[in-house]
Design a binder for this molecule. Structure first.
Ligand SMILES: Cc1cc2nc3c(=O)[nH]c(=O)nc-3n(C[C@H](O)[C@H](O)[C@H](O)COP(=O)(O)O)c2cc1C
Length: 223
């Protein structure tokens, strides 16, 4: 697949089929993705790949937890800056509106919105998940490196006919995730990534999110 086609074709998938993903496919993708650049070649990413029986065990843990503690366990970092300013605030708002419109959920239907959001904690039905962690000593530069690595993974998944959804929603369950994987205390959870085959019949997967025009974020200085 052409690189531009992969970038343009990848989308966050929020409904998966149960069809399993062979772990060798992910191994192969990670072998390639690790060629991502990183400052000083630190390669600050760590990944846990969850599937099969262990995946079933993990997903069984979640409904009870989400029901008894819907807000989660707290968070080790701000997923969004507090008091998000413009234009970011409006972009986030629009993304939410567009998402819920695909499933005919109105803005004031809080219960339905929460129910949709809670599907994060079932990986939207995906049979496999990756969890990305980073050493606590690392700063913004290395977090950016992990982002580049994740994008490699998502593009390679798309190229392999697989779908994915990055999930910072897991950051509020960092203790549960940490305990399940016996993460060393110096490791901090950044993000989950649901992986599988897209359910093509699901209306939520029809969402195509907006992007700002170039003149909103690019300054050409020249000639
Ligand atoms: C780091 C990161 C975390 C994200 N966390 C979530 C999440 O927890 N749940 C979710 O449904 N989407 C999540 N997303 C998906 C974004 O909403 C999505 O990337 C954005 O709206 C653009 O849409 P697209 O990925 O389909 O192009 C996340 C994306 C990124 C990059």
């Amino acid at each position: 697949m052409d690189t531009a086609d992969a970038i343009l074709g990848r989308r966050s998938c929020r409904a998966f089929t149960a069809e399993p993903v062979p772990v060798d496919t992910i191994r192969c993708i990670l072998e390639t993705a690790r060629r991502a650049p990183s400052g000083g070649n630190l390669q600050p990413w760590h990944v846990h790949v969850l599937w099969g029986e262990r995946m079933r065990e993990f997903r069984e843990l979640m409904p009870g937890k989400v029901q008894s503690q819907p807000e989660g366990e707290g968070c080790e970092y701000h997923v969004y800056p507090p008091n998000l300013k413009e234009p970011y605030r409006s972009r986030r708002f629009k993304c939410g509106e567009d998402l819920y419109a695909t499933i005919d959920v109105a803005r004031d239907n809080r219960r339905a919105r929460l129910a949709q959001f809670a599907k994060n904690y079932d990986f939207f039905g995906a049979p496999m998940a990756l969890f990305f962690t980073i050493d606590r000593i690392m700063g913004p530069d290395q977090w950016a490196d992990v982002g580049m690595f994740m994008q490699n993974v998502m593009l390679l998944l798309h190229d392999a006919g697989l779908a994915s959804c990055p999930q910072e929603a897991w950051s509020v369950w960092y203790k549960t995730v940490g305990k399940f994987f016996s993460l060393p205390p110096q490791h901090m959870l950044f993000c989950g990534l649901a992986v599988g085959h897209a359910d093509k019949s699901a209306s939520i997967n029809r969402l195509i999110t907006d992007r700002a025009e170039l003149d909103e974020f690019v300054t050409f200085v020249g000639p």
